[in-house]
Write a protein that binds this ligand. Structure first.
Ligand SMILES: *[C@@H]1O[C@H](CO)[C@@H](O)[C@H](O)[C@H]1NC(C)=O
Ligand SMILES: *[C@@H]1O[C@H](CO)[C@@H](O)[C@H](O)[C@H]1NC(C)=O
Ligand SMILES: *[C@@H]1O[C@H](CO)[C@@H](O)[C@H](O)[C@H]1NC(C)=O
Ligand SMILES: *[C@@H]1O[C@H](CO)[C@@H](O)[C@H](O)[C@H]1NC(C)=O
Ligand SMILES: *[C@@H]1O[C@H](CO)[C@@H](O)[C@H](O)[C@H]1NC(C)=O
Ligand SMILES: *[C@@H]1O[C@H](CO)[C@@H](O)[C@H](O)[C@H]1NC(C)=O
Length: 639
């Protein structure tokens, strides 16, 4: 209990210290431990509220809030927090309820706190504004006084589909003292909002109390880390008042080395305390609706620029030699002249798409992709990858700051061409059922390899039908590894602030919090399976209203639930399949896809499970009456 570990925060400053003694007899509530940032990984109840374990079921207590632009006067703050405005102005020594309070100043807010079921809370209400999600309401508007998990638990709406004008109950975190705390003379548990650069000593000093009692009240241990936009309970013996508050000391300069001598000096101000983890997630970035996506371009997120681009700056191809070979190992190094010759000087007639050209090298077809900037990621992954469902990189060339990657040639182009550009295609060729199942199985096989069998394991991060290439016999290959990332590093799963990708494929936890795990590939894979089943794009315009885009993944739940799921699925399935498909297998595949696009990452299957299921569906497909599948034979013309 109370042993907290630094979690997956991207930048974590830990000023650790040792404490000689940690009595737990008075510990009462568990600290959030930054779990409030993981809206879809609810883990324990600390985020849902402080449990009703006090002596009384209700009490008056205090919250803190920091004045901000839209909530600056007692009147505005009182409306937001559902309290009495004049009580705020009195306790904070403000002239009247409309006098502005200096931005970022700590405001004391008297509230009535009571048990509502399992948890203490003070209810406020909030009307949804444009682009709100539970996380932004809890973290940005309420500054962490509530959590997305508590909002989800107490409101009937789906976070992704909050509609402007909807009223939310906002359970604000508060608590009443336990019998032990009362016995020790504490009358109030003030809900304090941790700020960036806050430390426990500074907080204790501010309220003229000692760190130990705060640690006890929040089940913190000596190695704990506290995070901004979370709450801490500060036990107080008297009612706080603005005059009593001590201004926070200046932020500590360099962290002092942990020393038992300093820490055994209990309660004194030179006891050094814990640091602060920077809040994680990118809720705001994501919800601002600014969905940026980079197609053939990416921003390196963490790796330093590696060897290859450095060498690319060298003036002539001749200088590129031993050093690169040592980096690239088995890959061939092409001369630019060779590639020019092979691609007809990168002529239009050789262009496949974007900056990808068809080349003929030593009589074999190849694809050459021109990239700017750091391509080390893709090279790093592909030079080790050896799997029939991962595109093979055969070599590369550096020339005038560009890198040219040479891949095996996928003569049938991308899956998205086959599914979504039917009008552009001559003839009536389309993918048959068996081919679609085989493609799904191949992609699952490739992803399973990437997630579990490469060293280190990777998340592809950019799976979509245009990154799935088809070769002869419609075997599928994963391509475009520019965004791929190792599954984990020492700090645990990755989080990013640069949300990139294609709308319609991005998993909610990535979009909202920047969480990068293999489950985001599972999600995108579910979307690809839905594309295979329906022939629709990951986002498509609704019939009747061309301006309204629908996310494919959000439509499958409706199809598969309710009474007439089978007939709804029949109309969902791609009309190009003309009912020439085994319906039960299509149903199984749709259900699998539905599980893959569950909002909660933990509810999604792993890629291994997905691959095994698809292998079974594929085998059943082969066992089917061949007359069911006549279409698959007739579809290999064209292109
Ligand atoms: C209260 O304190 C007593 C002794 O100090 C301890 O045994 C008991 O477990 C404590 N109760 C709680 C709820 O912490
Ligand atoms: C859930 O809690 C367990 C133990 O308390 C911890 O090991 C695990 O990392 C937590 N998971 C998440 C997603 O925070
Ligand atoms: C304001 O505070 C007083 C005492 O502190 C309390 O009796 C009163 O109920 C509060 N007003 C409201 C509306 O909460
Ligand atoms: C509130 O106080 C401000 C000064 O802080 C004053 O300018 C304003 O007129 C006052 N408003 C009311 C309604 O008393
Ligand atoms: C939480 O809200 C604060 C204040 O608005 C903001 O600075 C911070 O970036 C938010 N945290 C996340 C993870 O979005
Ligand atoms: C607060 O809201 C919850 C619903 O989320 C409700 O059950 C509870 O009764 C409310 N408490 C008060 C004091 O109104």
């Amino acid at each position: 209990m109370g042993k907290l570990k630094p979690s997956c925060s991207t930048a974590l400053l830990l000023f650790s210290f040792l404490l000689y003694c940690f009595p737990s007899s008075q510990a009462q509530q568990d600290y959030e431990n930054n779990q409030q940032a993981a809206c879809y990984a609810t883990n324990g109840s600390s985020t849902l509220g402080y449990s009703c374990n006090g002596q009384r079921n209700s009490c008056s207590t205090f919250l803190t809030f920091r004045s901000q632009t839209s909530y600056q006067s007692p009147y505005q703050i009182a409306n937001l927090l559902n309290v009495d405005a004049s009580n705020i102005s009195t306790i904070n020594g403000v002239a009247n309820i409309s006098s502005p309070i200096t931005i970022f100043d700590l405001v004391l807010v008297p509230v009535a706190c009571s048990c509502s079921g399992e948890y203490y809370q003070h209810n406020a209400s909030y009307t949804v504004k444009y682009n709100d999600i539970y996380f932004s309401v809890a973290n940005n508007t309420y500054q962490g006084l509530s959590t997305c998990q508590a909002l989800a638990a107490q409101n009937p709406y789906d976070s992704r589909n909050l509609a402007v004008g909807e009223k939310l109950v906002i359970p604000l975190r508060c608590a009443c003292p336990t019998a032990n705390q009362t016995a020790s003379g504490f009358k109030y548990l003030l809900t304090y909002l941790v700020a960036t650069d806050d430390g426990l000593d500074a907080i204790a000093q501010r309220f003229r109390t000692d760190s130990q009692s705060i640690m006890d009240a929040n089940s913190l241990s000596s190695s704990s880390v506290i995070y901004p936009f979370t709450t801490l309970l500060v036990p107080l013996k008297t009612e706080p008042s603005k005059e009593d508050l001590v201004n926070p000391p200046p932020p500590p300069s360099p962290p002092p080395p942990p020393s038992p001598a300093a820490t055994s000096d209990k309660g004194s101000s030179n006891k050094k305390w814990i640091g602060i983890g920077i809040g994680i997630g990118v809720g705001v970035l994501a919800i601002c609706g600014v969905l940026i996506w980079f197609l053939c371009w990416r921003r390196p997120e963490r790796k330093p620029i590696p060897q290859a681009p450095k060498i690319a700056e060298s003036p002539s191809d001749a200088l590129v030699s031993s050093e690169i070979r040592s980096v690239i190992g088995s890959l061939s190094l092409y001369k630019f002249r060779e590639l020019e010759r092979a691609t007809g000087s990168f002529g239009e007639d050789h262009r496949i798409k974007g900056s990808v050209y068809r080349a003929v090298i030593n009589g074999d077809n190849a694809a050459v992709k021109r990239l700017k900037g750091d391509v080390s990621n893709e090279i790093d992954i592909l030079k080790h990858a050896n799997h029939s469902n991962v595109i093979r990189l055969s070599g590369f060339c550096l020339h005038e700051g560009n890198t040219y990657l040479v891949y095996e040639f996928a003569e049938r182009g991308s899956l998205s061409d086959w599914l979504h550009h039917k009008k552009d295609r001559s003839g009536s060729s389309h993918l048959g059922w068996r081919q679609r199942v085989q493609i799904a199985r191949d992609v699952a096989d490739g992803l399973n390899y990437l997630h579990n069998y490469t060293n280190p394991p990777y998340v592809h991060k950019n799976l979509k039908s245009s990154n799935i290439l088809l070769v002869r016999e419609f075997r599928a290959k994963l391509s475009n590894f520019g965004l791929a990332r190792p599954v984990e590093d020492r700090e645990g799963p990755h989080l990013t602030r640069h949300v990139v990708g294609t709308p319609g494929y991005l998993a909610p936890e990535y979009l909202e919090h920047g969480l990068i795990t293999p489950k985001m590939d599972v999600f995108a894979f579910g979307v690809v399976v839905l594309e295979l089943l329906s022939g629709k794009g990951a986002t498509f315009a609704t019939e009747g209203d061309e301006t309204k885009e629908v996310l494919l993944w959000s439509s499958i739940g409706e199809v598969l639930s309710g009474e007439d799921a089978r007939s709804k699925l029949r109309s969902f399935v791609d009309p190009y399949l003309q009912n020439d498909y085994p319906f039960d297998l299509a149903f199984a595949m749709a259900e699998l896809a539905w599980r893959c696009v569950e909002r909660e990452p933990a509810s999604r299957p792993t890629m291994t499970e997905v691959f095994l299921s698809l292998a079974a569906i594929y085998n059943s497909t082969l066992d089917c009456n061949p007359s069911d599948l006549t279409n698959s034979g007739s579809t290999t013309n064209g292109r």
